[in-house]
Design a protein around this ligand. Structure first.
Ligand code: 13P
Length: 250
């Protein structure tokens, strides 16, 4: 079954609203008319409104980098799905390894955020992936299975329809070490099997699983050639319009 690839930029803690507008001014003409893949840019919260405004009417959607599971409340520093929707955001990254490593994100909070995103109609890009010690200890498949089982807990196939997964091996993020296309494809197959367990065969066949971790213009084509790889979640190489456009056009 053909799955439309999704190429997403995760800008992490980079760029101001002015820089967001400047990026889109340069980037949009480079990908104008590109409809082979879905294109999403995920800037920081303060850039979201500027991003949505600048991308209006284009083939580029705007996503956030996190979302809280409550619609509102006394949760200083958090942001909710209705707030994201109110400024025109359509996608959201959930459970990125930097949230898990530095900000106490757990499999359980990933599950709560995922449920809230799906409930609200946002398209969640839920991140999973092993750290180097887990890979070296032969635990990659176990870690991926655990992260998926707990992320998918108590979510129905119907509710999960918009779900996107990103496989991001932590040792490949920002290190210049990319997983080989074959190694990434193996991990994706493990994730797809878990999705089949949780949501059924038809769902699993439609599920898009992105690869993230040192994706660059030079390695994008080889990664995207893998049948199991349905797009990319790009950090560093997405900050420059030419470089991100080259990845989109792999
Ligand atoms: P890099 O592309 O900089 O390795 O980052 C990957 C990532 O974390 C995307 O979410």
């Amino acid at each position: 079954m053909a799955r439309k690839k999704l190429i997403a930029a995760n800008w992490k803690m980079y760029k101001t609203p002015d820089e967001t507008r400047a990026f889109l001014r340069d980037f949009l003409p480079l990908v104008a008319g590109h409809d082979r893949d879905e294109i999403v840019v995920c800037p920081s919260y303060v850039d979201l409104a500027a991003g949505v405004e600048a991308a209006k009417g284009s083939n580029v959607a705007v996503g956030a980098q996190n979302v809280h599971w409550k619609s509102e409340g006394a949760f200083t520093g958090e942001i909710s799905a209705p707030m994201l929707l109110s400024v025109g955001v359509t996608h959201v990254i959930i459970g990125h390894s930097e949230r898990r490593q530095y900000f106490g994100e757990t499999d359980d909070t990933v599950n709560l955020r995922l449920k809230a995103a799906l409930e609200s109609g946002l398209t969640p890009i839920c991140c999973v992936g092993e750290v180097l010690e887990e890979r070296e200890a032969g635990l990659t498949d176990d870690v991926l299975r655990r992260q998926c089982v707990r992320a998918f807990h108590a979510i129905s196939a119907k509710k999960a329809a918009k779900l996107v997964i990103a496989y991001e091996p932590v040792w490949a993020i920002g290190t210049g070490k990319t997983a080989t296309p074959e190694l990434a494809a193996d991990a994706h197959a493990v994730i797809r099997r878990e999705a089949k367990e949780a949501f059924g065969e038809e769902f699993a066949a439609r599920l898009r699983i992105l690869y993230g971790g040192s994706v660059k213009p030079e390695n994008a084509a080889a990664l995207m050639a893998q049948e199991e790889i349905d797009g990319a979640l790009v950090g560093g190489a997405s900050l420059d319009p030419k470089s991100f456009a080259a990845i989109v056009e792999y």
